[in-house]
Ligand binder design. Structure first.
Ligand SMILES: NC(=O)c1ccc[n+]([C@@H]2O[C@H](COP(=O)([O-])OP(=O)(O)OC[C@H]3O[C@@H](n4cnc5c(N)ncnc54)[C@H](O)[C@@H]3O)[C@@H](O)[C@H]2O)c1
Length: 458
């Protein structure tokens, strides 16, 4: 059984903690916990103890001591993005394998340091790209790999974040580009990784546009919130603001953030209309791939609803995946309860043929059902990784570099080549054959494509 330590014990760490104390208790043993905030460290330790597990507890300054004392096989890195690189490097240099949250890192220097440490130590590094693991996105990969739409030549990918989820990035540490790389790195790394993995290729060049057009002081004023404070707690405009976060009204948020605030002064509920924010909320990028695909990408963070749409145009047809994750947000910023079922539809349109609509069963759990599948893959017994779900430092670097290039393009106003960002990044081994065999295709035979079985025909 492998042993684990976790560094960074906030929101995301709770998923790994819960897995090691619960569903994957028999697969891994938690030996160490580390955080710069003594309150969150104590809270995570109490959660572990309540499950009969007593890991060693260490402040941030004693991270190396934790590795020396507890000798974990694997370190799980769930600190804010700008701290991934130093912790990943130190863990690998101490002889540990690493599972890190996305993004791999926020800048070229971080990526270069991680790749160099991996080369020097030979340790394994897994990036938790949970989005890949969701059943619907895996099915979409299967559609592309089948060759049913031939070789993909073009892509359009639009991702909408609603005012519940999207607004949250403007309240937290993410709101500063130095911490998160902005949403082009922090959030879009998921989407760029999906594109790279679906297409089985790596990007060459990125041209981007973007700006902060909504989460601005002027918008707060325009919404009649001129008397707002710098945070939701105690804000005079609280009752009138559709973007408020009620930390005190949530036992979970109070334990995770409000109580530990006394230790480091970190606010979980900073105002989304503050002048301190320096990340974009509307972003567009044009991405050119080595295999000739050109992808259009768009991300907005102030939508009334949440979901995405991705379309691939191939030499034999077109495939589209549409997702509606949430249809609406309440006027007080909270989620509609009970939530409407998430909707996923894949439309396959072969050339000269009829259209197939694949309506997908509701996937349970967070991130399109991806989290649970990923945890089973990370902690459970080894099995054949048929679709290449497990991502390492190479995939982590290639997706984060798209965001870094997009940021550089925002600054320069021109196209930015990925090759110039980080030296010699090895190609990831995405699933062996991204697309099916190219043949002269005359007669479409639906029986060759198992995923079409039971599909609705329009
Ligand atoms: N894959 C996903 O879907 C997903 C979802 C949420 C978050 N994440 C990722 O998880 C990571 C953590 O995000 P979060 O939402 O949990 O943030 P968070 O703010 O809730 O937690 C971060 C934790 O790191 C601790 N920390 C800060 N500085 C530290 C230091 N120097 N040393 C040790 N600990 C330190 C904080 O005290 C806090 O406990 C980020 O990289 C984020 O991108 C991924």
């Amino acid at each position: 059984m492998k042993t684990y330590a976790i560094v960074g014990l906030g929101h995301r760490a709770r998923m790994y903690l819960g897995a090691l104390l619960g569903a994957h208790r028999a697969d891994g043993r938690l030996v160490g916990l580390c955080d710069s905030n003594a309150g969150r460290l104590a809270d995570a330790a109490a959660v572990a103890r309540a499950s009969g597990v007593a890991p060693g507890c260490y402040g941030a300054e004693r991270f190396d001591a934790m590795l020396a004392d507890t000798r974990p096989d694997r370190v799980i890195v769930t600190v804010p993005d700008y701290l991934h690189a130093p912790y990943i490097v130190r863990a690998m240099q101490a002889g540990c394998d690493v599972i890190t949250e996305k993004p791999l890192t926020v800048d070229p220097a971080g990526a270069a340091a991680i790749l160099a440490a991996q080369r020097a130590t030979g340790r394994s590094l897994i990036v938790g790209f949970n989005y890949r693991y969701s059943p619907v996105r895996t099915l979409f990969k299967q559609v592309l790999m089948s060759g049913i739409i031939g070789h993909v030549k073009g892509a359009n990918f639009e991702w909408l974040l609603d005012t519940h989820h999207g607004a949250d990035y403007f309240r937290r540490w993410h709101r500063r580009k130095a911490n998160s790389g902005g949403l082009f790195v922090h959030k879009a790394t998921h989407h760029f990784d999906l594109l790279n993995w679906w297409l089985g290729s790596v990007p060459k060049r990125v041209t981007a546009l973007g700006g902060r057009v909504f989460y601005r002081p002027e918008m707060g004023d325009a919404l009649g919130l001129e008397d707002r404070g710098e945070r939701c707690a105690g804000c005079p405009a609280f009752g009138r603001c559709g973007f408020r976060l009620d930390v005190a009204g949530s036992a979970h948020l109070t334990a995770l953030y409000a109580d530990p605030e006394a230790h480091d002064g970190y606010w979980r509920d900073a105002c989304v209309f503050s002048g301190d924010i320096d990340i974009e909320d509307r972003m567009n990028a044009m991405i050119e791939y080595e295999n000739g695909v050109v992808a259009n990408y768009a991300l907005t963070a102030f939508n009334p609803c949440e979901g995405y749409r991705v379309v691939f145009d191939g030499t034999r047809g077109r495939a589209e995946l549409r997702n509606v994750e949430r249809r609406a947000v309440n006027g007080d910023g909270s989620l509609v309860v009970p939530a409407a079922a998430e909707e996923d539809v894949i439309v396959v349109q072969p050339q000269f043929g009829r259209q197939y609509v694949l309506r997908l069963p509701q996937t349970k759990g967070l991130h399109g059902g991806g989290d649970a599948v990923m945890l089973a893959r990370l902690f459970g017994p080894a099995s054949n990784d048929e679709y290449g779900h497990v991502a390492d430092e190479r995939a982590g670097a290639w997706s984060a570099m798209v965001g870094m290039a997009a940021n550089a393009s925002l600054a320069s106003g021109g196209a930015v080549a990925l090759a110039g960002l980080v030296d010699e990044v090895p190609r990831p081994d995405y699933a062996a054959a991204p697309f099916g065999p190219e043949a002269v295709w005359r007669d479409f035979d639906a029986a060759r494509y198992p995923f079409l079985e039971g599909a609705e025909v329009l």
